[in-house]
Ligand binder design. Structure first.
Ligand code: C2E
Ligand code: CA
Ligand code: CA
Length: 672
């Protein structure tokens, strides 16, 4: 069996993020910033040599009788050191050799000066002059950035040379005592400071190293999350959003280069019965097997497959003849049939798992839209189901049999507001941060003239496509204000707003008009936006968001994590709250799933907005979210969507919510 995607991502990350051992770190430190350190050593030695030679003036003034030797020694040694250093740099030797040259130059520099100096007859002057010897010690310990061992070695050599020459020179007991202790304490102090400096340098290096690792880790996690948001966790196939993305690519290819393609939907027959009979684990296994079998079967057609919803798969392939699509659809059907997975509970004469397949392909037509091809595949699939399942059908525009359900819904939507066919239910949003504010999300409901409920997943896309979402959207906002906000039944309410609305000129103005008309302050409303199909965020949309913010309305990001664009939306819009899609919570019972959830939370926290997690269905989930310090939650466990009545009386505390939950559970209209 496949590993879950989260597991794969985590192992992948661990492999890429191997941390170096202490030994490796040391080695890394040794070669760290070679170029910079070489430059510093070179500069240092040139300055040191220049100062050293300039000291000739002091030689001439203080010890004139031996000055000739001392000056000659200074010039010769200084020049030799620089020539050696430049040769080393030319040969590009390691930094430790440049440091060694500089250290040797320091020690010898002191020696070749002190040896002729002690021969002077100007003992008084020399006794003062000796004090300058400590500069060589400071040079070794503080001026250059040698490693600790080299510094101590060089400064000890200077100290020993001094002590030896002092023994030879012996200007008097008191002098030897005073200067001897002065040199020794100078050695101890500078060596100590050097040791501290070196430790500090190493720590800075370690911190920089850690920062680099963390940055890399953050980048890798970001990538992994992006990849994950495109992948169906169960089957490892592309998920719906990724498929939408691919669909758009195909569609653009068709529009610009006339490259036709087919969209095929395959739906596992009687899958609910399978799940009920064999359990969810078996159900999952069945889906995985079906998915990988179809994936193999469509390879010769250069097709790609994604999971489109529960037990529905979508196949896209560069096939654009009727015969081609029929053949491909039939191949998919047969592939699943050949798997021979037992399904004895379906009771329709077949006892194995099968799929119904509906296909459509691009053809010349006026004003065609991307959604249309999916819609046609959907109708073909419907046809296949109606023809007794386990069969493949391809959409035929000339076939009157393919009656158009969505046309009916579109017509219904046009009269919905006037005929009172739309209504709202409200689902509590519960704050976990202590402050018990009362807040709800408004969810739209639609029924037909003969009282059949149509799920939002069906009618919202149609309303968006046909534009009736604009009228419905205004109606929703007005109703929420009138139902709950005007009379303070709840403090705040959130409303789902589709990107289509935000892109329509004048939307913000119409919202302002509703606020004015109802006398509700803008800051009591939040608009939930779900990232749309299009990757790029329209500038009109951004402008509208800004206008809405000016009205005080909060902007929330809905269903975060399911979409491709989530991360870029988060970058472009300053959301007040981000709602994390419930799929992440529902995966959180595994350690990997929990890590993923935490990663997503971390990613959002990093950017600042509040975090709300949807779909809390159990007490364990609620406990986990408290532990993760989530700001607010929503879900059947803390409150089902309920009609306005449940919120109208005494909703001042969470106890009120539980009351509404009880009411809501009995409402037939509240679905999920
Ligand atoms: P959504 O905004 O993500 O709304 C949450 C959906 O999850 C609702 O489904 C709700 O009933 C359901 N739900 C709530 N708690 C739970 C839970 O604990 N577990 C599970 N499994 N589900 C839960 P609903 O009402 O069917 O709405 C579906 C979608 O339709 C909404 O998703 C939203 O995108 C859209 N929608 C609903 N009303 C409107 C509207 O007025 N305007 C627009 N543009 N879209 C709307
Ligand atoms: Ca929502
Ligand atoms: Ca949502």
């Amino acid at each position: 069996m496949r590993h879950t995607f989260a597991e794969t991502v985590e192992t992948d990350l661990q492999e890429k993020l191997q941390r170096p051992s202490a030994h490796q770190l040391r080695r890394l430190y040794e070669v760290n910033d070679e170029a910079v350190r070489k430059k510093a050593t070179r500069q240092g030695l040139w300055i040191a040599v220049a100062v050293y030679i300039l000291f000739s003036v002091n030689d001439i003034l203080l010890i004139p009788d031996v000055a000739a030797y001392a000056v000659a020694a200074r010039v010769l040694l200084g020049t030799a050191a620089l020539i050696l250093l430049e040769t080393q740099i030319y040969r590009n030797v390691a930094i430790k050799w440049l440091d060694a040259t500089s250290a040797a130059a320091l020690v010898l520099g002191f020696a070749v000066w002190v040896v002729p100096a002690v021969g002077t007859t100007h003992t008084q002057s020399l006794s003062y002059y000796m004090v300058f010897g400590t500069i060589f010690m400071m040079g070794a310990n503080l001026f250059f950035s040698f490693r600790f061992r080299l510094s101590v070695l060089a400064s000890s050599a200077v100290l020993i040379t001094f002590l030896v020459s002092l023994a030879a020179f012996w200007p008097g007991d008191m002098y030897v005592l005073a200067f001897g202790t002065f040199y020794i304490s100078c050695f101890v102090f500078t060596a100590y400071v050097n040791w501290k400096l070196n430790r500090e340098r190493y720590n800075v290096f370690l911190n920089a190293q850690e920062a680099r690792t963390q940055q890399k880790e953050a980048a890798l996690r970001g990538e992994a999350l992006l990849r994950m948001s495109n992948t169906d966790y169960l089957t490892g196939l592309e998920n719906r959003r990724a498929v939408d993305q691919r669909l758009r690519q195909y569609w653009n290819g068709w529009l610009t280069d006339g490259k036709g393609f087919a969209a095929i939907l395959a739906d596992v027959d009687f899958f609910k019965k399978y799940n009920d009979a064999y359990g969810h684990q078996e159900g999952d296994r069945c889906l995985i097997q079906v998915a990988s079998a179809i994936r193999e079967a469509i390879e010769p057609y250069m097709g790609s497959i994604g999971r489109y919803g529960g037990e529905e798969f979508i196949i896209l392939a560069p096939v654009d003849s009727r015969e081609g699509v029929v053949a491909l659809s039939e191949a998919i059907r047969q592939t699943v049939e050949k798997l021979d997975l037992v399904h004895e509970e379906r009771r329709d004469g077949t006892a194995i798992v099968t799929v119904s397949v509906g296909g459509a392909f691009t053809r010349e037509q006026n004003g065609a839209k991307l959604e249309k091809i999916i819609h046609e595949a959907d109708r073909a699939l419907y046809n296949a189901k109606a023809s007794g399942r386990n069969c493949a059908r391809v959409f035929d525009p000339a076939d009157p049999e393919t009656s158009d359900e969505s046309e009916n819904i579109a017509a219904l939507l046009k009269i919905a507001v006037k005929q009172d066919l739309v209504s709202l239910v409200y689902q509590p949003i519960v704050s976990l941060t202590g402050r018990q504010s009362t807040s709800v999300e408004a969810l739209m409901r639609l029924r037909t003239l003969d009282d059949i409920m149509i799920p939002p997943s069906l009618f919202i896309p149609i309303a968006e496509r046909t534009g009736t979402i604009l009228e419905l959207g205004r109606w929703v906002i007005r109703t929420v204000c009138r139902d709950l906000l005007v009379d303070n039944h709840v403090e705040t309410a959130s409303v789902n707003v589709s990107p289509i609305q935000l892109k329509t000129p004048g939307f913000a103005a119409s919202v302002a008009a509703i606020l004015y008309e109802t006398g509700v302050a803008g800051n009591r409303l939040a608009f939930e936006i779900t990232e749309g199909l299009e990757m790029e965020i329209h500038s009109d949309l951004l402008r509208c968001v800004n206008d809405l913010k000016t009205l005080g309305i909060k902007i929330w990001l809905d269903d975060f994590g399911t979409g491709f664009a989530g991360l870029s939306w988060l970058r472009l819009i300053d959301f007040d709250t981000v709602k994390i899609d419930r799929s992440f919570l529902h995966d959180s019972h595994t350690p990997r799933g929990k890590t993923m959830l935490q990663d997503i939370i971390g990613l959002i926290r990093h950017r600042g907005p509040k975090i709300l997690i949807e779909g809390v269905e159990t007490e364990e989930q609620l406990l986990l979210l408290r532990e993760l310090k989530i700001d607010a939650v929503q879900g059947y466990h803390v409150g089902r969507p309920a009609s306005v009545g449940s919120f109208r009386h005494g909703m001042a505390d969470v106890g009120g919510f539980s009351g509404s939950v009880a009411v809501a559970r009995r409402k037939p209209g509240s679905r999920g």
